[in-house]
Design a protein. Structure first.
Length: 271
């Protein structure tokens, strides 16, 4: 398996038009097994790096979602995964970035017959402290994603509509489908992919997901990344802002992101 995959001009053109790219089998079965074992350790509160993740949400009853942010700080296996040059090389090609930094990661676990609706939204709409929308979400499937297990659903091409208002509450029972402009042609694309495959989508692509109606877990490890050229813009509150200020090294308004909260992923030797 090539550590630094190369995309074709056709794949890059499709991403520009559709707003997403599906890369099959980027992680092997053995790697996914190790990632899942590490994820279960972190969920149980075991941290082999000696520090906890930044945010932990364990809503187990009655049918909610486990969500943990910045697992890379807690576990070495998850750190190797979300900081992988395989992910960064693809993201850099998709947005034409000379370098890639991690924005943050998320471990997501929808239990069997559980989870909640995640209504249609754009990731970058919640990340306005990143001044430029040069972001990509890299969604690593840790289980086979079935049509009934609550897959992400993309509204194809909606990244070309610009910034969209954030929904009133991102999780619940209401999908809150957006009213798109008259004449805009899109289609709903369920991200039904095997474990080890990775879905990449643009920070402006509208997407959501349903509950998990299947008898199996639907786990994912998500690496949210940004161009190394992105700059810090205060104004919209985000956990990364108050966390980054714990460190002596962090950007000032208008400066490029830097410091330990946002590690370099690409090129691999830059940091």
């Amino acid at each position: 398996m090539a550590p630094h995959p190369s995309l074709t001009p056709a794949q890059l053109a499709a991403f520009a038009e559709r707003g997403y790219h599906i890369h099959e089998r980027l992680f092997s079965d053995a790697e996914v097994d190790a990632i899942n074992a590490a994820a279960d350790r972190v969920i149980a509160g075991v941290h082999d790096k000696g520090a906890p993740p930044d945010v932990v949400i364990l809503r187990r009853a009655p049918v909610d979602l486990i969500k943990i942010d910045n697992t890379w700080k807690a576990d070495s296996t998850l750190a190797r995964t979300v900081l992988s040059p395989r992910l960064a090389a693809i993201a850099a090609q998709l947005i034409g970035a000379p370098s890639i930094r991690l924005w943050h990661d998320q471990l997501l676990d929808k239990p069997p017959f559980g989870g909640r609706v995640v209504t249609y939204h754009q990731d970058w709409a919640y990340w306005q402290m990143i001044a430029e929308c040069e972001t990509v979400t890299c969604w690593i499937a840790l289980d086979d994603v079935r049509p009934d297990s609550g897959p992400m659903v993309f509204l194809e091409g909606t990244h070309r509509l610009g910034l969209w208002p954030t929904p009133m509450g991102i999780t619940g029972d209401d999908a809150q489908k957006p009213a798109l402009p008259p004449g805009f042609v899109t289609r709903e694309v369920p991200v039904v992919i095997p474990r080890g495959a990775v879905s990449f989508h643009h920070g402006l692509l509208l997407h959501g997901s349903d509950r998990n109606f299947s008898p199996t877990r639907r786990r994912a490890l998500v690496s949210h990344v940004m161009s190394g050229e992105c700059t810090y813009r205060p104004g919209q509150e985000h956990q990364n802002e108050w966390i980054m200020k714990r460190y002596a090294e962090h950007p000032q308004p208008g400066e490029k992101f830097r410091g330990p909260q946002f590690p370099v992923m690409w090129p691999p030797s830059q940091d």
